[in-house]
Design a protein around this ligand. Structure first.
Ligand code: AQP
Length: 331
């Protein structure tokens, strides 16, 4: 069976983009892959995190992932910092990656903006730690949203450069698994900006733990334009907010955007938004309820992460030790 690795930053409550771009895909992949799912707290630290909040968010996300259908008995769920192999391989990869390659990463440019000098070096080398996360497990398939496509290409470049530099065929080629319809969910306030859990505006996103009333309110307030919905996809051109809401509806109801527009085209946004909120509540409501139930027993969540970390270590420790041997570290 092929090995899947994927991670999520415990920087807040998972949002709808995380769910449609990654988590939903993770749940399905469990049926026919060996899966390693990681709460990447070391990545989270690349921007300031309140320590107590980071701990709480790590447990919160664990609960959310379990509630969404991640099975920690058949697969592995743990937090990155508990397994030192990530940091060790990350360092080797920092010495393999070229500055020019990192300079091209659009996520760093987006997150750092014009104020580059004041961001952590960790944020800059984030992609080489991400490459290490995946290669430490010799994982070949990585389910991510479209925003991570460039980082995965870099992860392949790093793995292949390592192989070339040391004359080995050690790190395999990684295949990104990007969901076709919901690859990039956009902010509810600005259809040109990615939905993000750390966006300062809570109105910009649907959190996986939102109540039905919160979901309905956020969708009602979601930015739109004055035109009715078009009947065909071509009519969504130049209307990023409308396109995003239609894409969300389609993804949540397992339909295509064309099918959604065939039903709602010609109508104003009122009835469509009402139907969209209903679809979201039907799918996310049970996950939110189960998350709240699981959070009542943080000890149980911590035990799951602890068990996951030791099973993760058993896989990646020999791989990373071998990489260290290949570069000439004395053991
Ligand atoms: N808007 C999105 N649409 C589709 N997929 C998305 N993902 C994130 N946002 C969207 C996917 O979710 C997985 C986990 O993401 P992450 O937490 O590791 O980092 P991120 O992409 O930076 O997510 P956020 O929510 O924007 O976090 P913050 O605000 O902390 O930076 C990834 O597979 C990602 O593709």
């Amino acid at each position: 069976m092929q090995r899947v690795f994927s991670g999520i930053q415990p920087t807040g409550v998972p949002q709808l983009g995380n769910y449609l771009g990654a988590i939903r895909n993770w749940v399905t992949l469990q049926n026919d892959h060996d899966c390693v799912f990681c709460l990447v707290d070391m990545h989270a630290l690349t921007v300031w995190q309140d320590p107590a909040a980071l701990r709480e968010q790590t447990l919160g996300q664990t609960a959310c992932l379990l509630a969404a259908g991640i099975d920690p008995t058949r697969h592995i769920l743990y937090n990155q910092s508990a397994v030192s192999a990530h940091a060790r391989l990350g360092w080797l990869f920092n010495c393999v990656v070229r500055l020019g390659w990192l300079n091209r990463m659009t996520q760093f440019k987006d997150k750092a903006g014009k104020d580059r000098e004041n961001h952590s070096a960790g944020l800059y080398v984030y992609p080489s730690l991400m490459a290490a996360d995946i290669h430490a497990f010799h994982a070949t398939r990585v389910p991510v949203g479209d925003d991570q496509r460039q980082h995965l290409e870099l992860a392949n470049d790093i793995g292949q450069k390592f192989n070339h530099d040391y004359g080995v065929d050690f790190f395999p080629v990684i295949e990104p698994l990007i969901p076709p319809g919901a690859a990039r969910i956009m902010s509810l306030r600005d259809g040109t900006k990615k939905m993000s859990k750390s966006d300062p505006s809570a109105q910009s996103r649907i959190d996986m733990t939102d109540t039905p009333d919160e979901i309905a309110l956020k969708i009602r307030r979601a930015k739109t334009d004055p035109e009715p919905l078009p009947s065909e996809e071509a009519g969504l051109a130049g209307r990023p907010e409308a396109r995003n809401l239609v894409a969300i509806y389609a993804a949540m109801s397992d339909e295509t955007s064309a099918q959604v527009l065939a039903r709602f085209g010609g109508e104003g946004f009122g009835p469509f938004k009402k139907a969209l909120a209903e679809v979201l509540v039907a799918k996310l409501g049970p996950v939110a309820d189960e998350t709240r139930r699981l959070l009542r027993d943080p000890g149980h969540l911590q035990a799951i992460l602890c068990d996951g970390a030791s099973r993760a270590e058993a896989i990646c420790e020999p791989i990373v030790t071998e990489a260290e041997r290949l570069v000439g570290f004395l053991r």
